[in-house]
Design a binder for this molecule. Structure first.
Ligand SMILES: Cc1cc2nc3c(=O)[nH]c(=O)nc-3n(C[C@H](O)[C@H](O)[C@H](O)COP(=O)(O)O)c2cc1C
Length: 197
């Protein structure tokens, strides 16, 4: 049975929920699935495929997700790899609408002011060659207190405070469909050779 490692970085749980859902779909498709937070995730060497997702805050992936990819860069580069970002809140000032490039919507422009977080994700992508990087709508509960100083400060800014729509916008159909795509892609590629002896 092929092993899939699903790794996530989440501050408030929305991304963890997406990772869990992807893992559930892959399990129902017959894969042996392990789901782990990026700071504790291990076992890349034993996996046949890896999915890594991060929440996006102010145009950047969370540090734990970036560091997970960097510390496993060589192994991930040899495995089927999928990335996802859990980000845009529809109607927020950060959301440029459905016509915009999804990565730009979540992580900002490729160049110029505000491109730092995007560049970091592009660097780790260039090193690991993911088969896809999907952006999923996220969730925001203003009653859930900030979990990082930077988030506390940003959430206090009036421009941000008024621009973050509250709600759970996660599109479970889109998430399920993507997980099925991953399963189909893995089913059509040959299993990794098992060590002999
Ligand atoms: C202060 C703040 C900044 C955010 N910045 C971004 C952003 O730059 N791009 C984006 O797509 N989403 C942004 N979001 C939305 C979050 O990424 C979204 O709510 C995500 O699903 C949260 O995931 P988590 O619950 O796993 O932490 C921001 C949310 C907050 C509260």
């Amino acid at each position: 049975m092929k092993k899939v490692l699903v790794v996530y970085a989440s501050r408030h749980g929305a991304t963890r929920g997406i990772a869990q859902r992807i893992g559930d779909v892959l399990q129902t498709e017959g894969f042996d699935v392990d789901i782990a937070p990026a700071e504790h995730a291990a076992g890349v060497g034993a996996a046949d495929a890896v999915v890594v997702g991060s929440a996006v805050y102010m145009g950047s992936w969370l540090k734990d997700a970036v560091e997970f990819v960097k510390r496993n860069e060589v192994l991930l580069g040899d495995l089927p790899l999928w990335l996802f970002s859990s980000g845009p809140l529809p109607g927020s000032s950060l959301d440029k609408g459905q016509e915009a490039d999804p990565l730009t919507n979540a992580l900002g422009p490729q160049e110029g002011p505000g491109s730092g977080g995007r560049k970091k994700v592009e660097e780790i992508s260039a090193a690991t060659h993911p088969r896809d990087h999907r952006v999923f709508l996220g969730a925001f509960d203003p009653d859930d207190p900030p979990k990082a100083t930077s988030e506390r400060l940003v959430r206090m800014l009036p421009a941000v405070k008024n621009a973050l729509p509250a709600g759970d916008f996660r599109d479970w159909d889109a998430i399920d469909a993507w997980a099925h795509e991953i399963a189909a892609s893995l089913e059509s590629s040959p299993a990794q050779a098992s060590p002999v002896g």
